[in-house]
Design a protein around this ligand. Structure first.
Ligand SMILES: [Fe+2]
Length: 439
């Protein structure tokens, strides 16, 4: 079977892609980087002489532990007025964004605030991203969600400055051009994907991550490691077909030498520090390495493109309401590191070695399989990762057909770049393999 790797070009123009492109927000990283938040806003053109009024989007938990006060104090010290909206929910729904939009319009009218700060895990960040963009473009969330769920309108405006501050080391939402929401009545997730939704700056301060409990630390780390490994092993950019114009080039555009560099460093940082971060959460050095590793994994994976584990994770998350990170964790051994290893064994030998495996004396194909074994051992060492889909959400053999069909029917955006073709039968076998990663 062959893949249709076409993006948008008419047939007579088809040829391999020759150009790659990297677009990122400004990135400010390090211990106490929060102290530079005022400077960051000023640098984006927020002028304290204009009496600017901003909105900080977050959740109640972060207010309770005092992190939000620390952020708003720095904003106030810089001479800016800021209001806190702490209603972001885990795996946010479209209604959740609507309530933030309503809050903005009630308080500041149609023009909204002068700047936005998203502070928290991927959920808070996605609500902040969507709110800023939709206020600037008008209308409601569903206007910009793809058809048939929404109207599929394109965003044309970015809006006033948006700064994102992640408090977990995982999703990469602070740099990505996507915001993802659940549509409750349909048991699906929908995203808004546009460069207008990307933030202007990301401020990453590891001191906010030391309060993350071990299980969230471990699960978000598996998402980050998934971005790094999937990005490292996805199709190369010049193996995809050329876009007919730069505007039509897909967001996930294949791996390049640049994304590979970020993947390699991310795999090393994440796999080398996650045990310490989970078992000794106060270790700021390990926390800092994790936050940096998650950032690098996102730069790689969310540019090159996540692939098979992410494609399979969406139907699971939609139906069983599992956390994204733990879903990626249980699917990765059978998919990215199992099924996909046949696509380029030498590349997977490198992954095995980066994860710490000793591959001396093994054939290339056997050494490639060591990536999966080493990754499973890492998960077992953490004590917080389910042993497979069955432990995750009581998923059994009888659920496999539905999950495989959903993956192939709804996730072609991700499967398009997978380094090995995936039929529905292949997906069934991989889901079956992922029921139990260990006993
Ligand atoms: Fe992810």
């Amino acid at each position: 079977m062959s893949y249709d790797r076409s993006v948008s070009a008419p047939e007579h123009e088809l040829g391999p892609e020759t150009v790659w492109h990297l677009q990122m927000p400004q990135i400010r990283f390090g211990r106490d980087a929060v102290e530079e938040l005022g400077f960051q806003l000023a640098d984006l053109g927020v002028d304290s002489d204009d009496d600017p009024h901003g909105l900080l989007v977050t959740d109640e938990g972060l207010v309770e532990v005092g992190h939000v006060d620390r952020v708003t104090d720095h904003i106030a010290d810089a001479g800016y007025d800021v209001t806190v909206w702490d209603g972001a929910e885990r795996e946010p729904s479209i209604e959740n964004v609507d309530s933030c939009l309503e809050f903005v319009r009630e308080n500041e009218g149609e023009d909204g605030y002068d700047f936005y700060v998203g502070f928290g895990g991927g959920s808070c960040i996605d609500v902040a991203k969507a709110t800023r963009a939709i206020v600037a473009n008008g209308g409601q969330v569903l206007d910009y969600v793809a058809e048939p769920t929404g109207e599929g309108e394109a965003l044309t405006e970015s809006g006033p400055p948006l700064v994102l501050m992640p408090t977990t080391a995982g999703t990469g939402a602070e740099i990505s051009p996507v915001a993802i929401f659940s549509v409750e009545e349909k048991e699906i997730k929908e995203g808004i994907s546009s460069n207008h939704i990307r933030a202007d700056a990301a401020v990453l301060d590891p001191t906010f991550t030391t309060t993350l409990p071990p299980d969230i630390t471990g699960k978000t780390a598996m998402d980050a490691l998934g971005h790094a490994i999937e990005g490292y092993t996805t199709h190369p950019f010049d193996g995809l077909l050329r876009a007919s114009d730069p505007q039509a080039r897909p967001v996930y555009a294949g791996r390049t030498e640049l994304t590979e560099m970020f993947s390699e460093k991310a795999i090393e940082l994440l796999s080398g520090n996650v045990r310490t971060a989970v078992h000794n959460g106060d270790d700021l050095e390990a926390r800092s390495a994790m936050l940096k590793g998650a950032l690098f994994g996102a730069i790689a994976g969310l540019t090159a493109g996540a692939s098979l584990a992410h494609a399979m994770a969406y139907p699971v998350g939609n139906r069983y309401h599992t956390y994204h990170g733990e879903t990626i964790a249980v699917l990765t051994p059978a998919s990215t590191l199992g099924y996909n290893a046949a696509s380029d064994p030498e590349r997977f030998v490198r992954v095995a070695e980066m994860l710490g495996a000793d591959t001396g004396g093994l054939s290339t194909r056997d050494a490639a399989d060591r990536a999966r074994q080493e990754y499973v051992r890492l998960q077992q060492d953490l004590n917080v990762i389910p042993s497979g889909l069955t432990e995750l959400a009581d998923i059994t053999e009888g659920d496999v057909d539905w999950l495989a069909r959903q993956t192939v029917e709804t996730q072609q955006r991700l499967l398009r770049c997978n380094p090995r073709p995936v039929t529905e039968d292949d997906a069934k076998a991989i889901f079956r393999d992922a029921l139990h990663n260990w006993e």
